[in-house]
Design a protein around this ligand. Structure first.
Ligand SMILES: CC(C)(COP(=O)(O)OP(=O)(O)OC[C@H]1O[C@@H](n2cnc3c(N)ncnc32)[C@H](O)[C@@H]1OP(=O)(O)O)[C@@H](O)C(=O)NCCC(=O)NCCS
Length: 295
């Protein structure tokens, strides 16, 4: 029996690159080169990468490392169809990566299958490892890093819109150092990156507040300016839940945030909390409430 020829993936580069709003339109050759590099690094199926227009300047036509680059002289779609026709005629199982409706119809008619850009990009993205964090008590020594990290975003969402002076910060740091020593109900701790040792933010654990049931623990967090967008808050929420459970029994974790604070709501959802929707707080404000039952 003759061996089955390996499957081929034909990538409609313009459609795949265009599916992610990452600024590709400012640098089409660069975006094509990045997609090419990711396909080479993935070392999966044999790949035909079809480039059109200005994207062609990003990668020359060649056939290396399992990726054959072809330049369309006219419309990229026509070149994809040409490649698919030749591959199918040669008996190759061919899958086209595109979300372009017109192109889908043309290649399916030739006998190819189709997959969307998202499926390919998810497969090419390096697996995201959550940053490793550890929690430690705050102290007066944290003044400089804490004060510098509390930018306008932290002031707005964690500080009630009120700028803090160094004296305010020091008072807060001392109160939290004491709460750690004495096992207090309201406690903020420092979040450190395990690898770099950098102090990247704070996470708070609060019990016995008017808006909470007994054995509820409320969590708060702030990631300092310059450290956002890397998963520190979500990792800190996990670490804070472990810390709270070590200190006393917990039935339910609660996160509350302003409906406009999308970044905070995303942290709660990423950490696996369930959205309860808006809740009127004892002070009359309306906050979104997220809960995670553990009792
Ligand atoms: C709320 C706040 C802590 C969120 O910070 P954040 O950096 O967006 O949240 P995370 O640390 O969980 O990081 C998630 C972001 O990192 C990205 N990320 C990168 N690598 C990641 C990884 N390995 N794991 C998870 N997320 C990762 C995520 O895609 C996400 O970015 P996106 O929102 O652009 O998709 C921050 O905006 C802040 O400090 N705000 C001021 C204080 C505040 O609002 N506190 C809450 C009061 S209720």
């Amino acid at each position: 029996m003759r061996p089955t020829p390996p499957p081929v993936l034909v990538v409609d580069a313009a459609n795949v690159v265009g599916s992610r709003p990452d600024g590709w339109w400012r640098d089409r050759p660069g975006a094509a080169a990045r997609l090419h590099a990711a396909l080479v690094a993935a070392r999966s199926d044999e790949v035909v990468l079809v480039l059109e227009g200005r994207a062609r300047a990003g990668v020359p036509e060649d056939d290396r490392d399992g990726v054959r680059v072809v330049h369309a002289q006219g419309a990229g779609d026509d070149r994809v169809v040409e490649e698919v026709a030749a591959l199918v005629a040669a008996g190759r199982a061919t899958t086209v990566v595109t979300a372009d409706r017109g192109l889908v119809g043309r290649v399916v008619a030739l006998g190819a299958s189709v997959t969307g850009p998202r499926a390919l990009l998810d497969r090419l993205a390096p697996p995201r490892v959550p940053p490793a964090v550890r929690l430690r008590p705050l102290s007066e020594d944290d003044l400089r890093v804490h004060a510098a990290g509390c930018d306008a975003l932290v002031v707005r969402w964690s500080g009630g819109g009120q700028e803090s002076t160094d004296e305010d910060h020091l008072r807060w740091l001392r109160a939290n150092a004491r709460a750690w020593r004495e096992g207090g109900d309201l406690l903020d701790v420092a979040v450190e990156d395990v690898r770099s040792g950098e102090h990247v933010g704070v996470v708070g654990v609060q019990r016995h507040r008017p808006e909470l049931e007994p054995d509820d623990v409320n969590l708060t967090y702030a990631v300092y300016a310059g450290h956002r967008g890397r998963g520190y808050a979500t990792a800190a929420v996990s670490a804070a839940m472990a810390l709270a459970a070590q200190r006393a029994p917990v039935r339910r974790f609660v996160i509350r945030c302003d409906p406009e604070n999308r970044a905070s709501a995303e942290v709660a959802l990423r950490a696996g909390f369930e959205a309860l929707g808006p809740v009127t707080e004892p002070d009359g404000s309306t906050l979104l409430r997220f809960v995670l039952d553990v009792g």
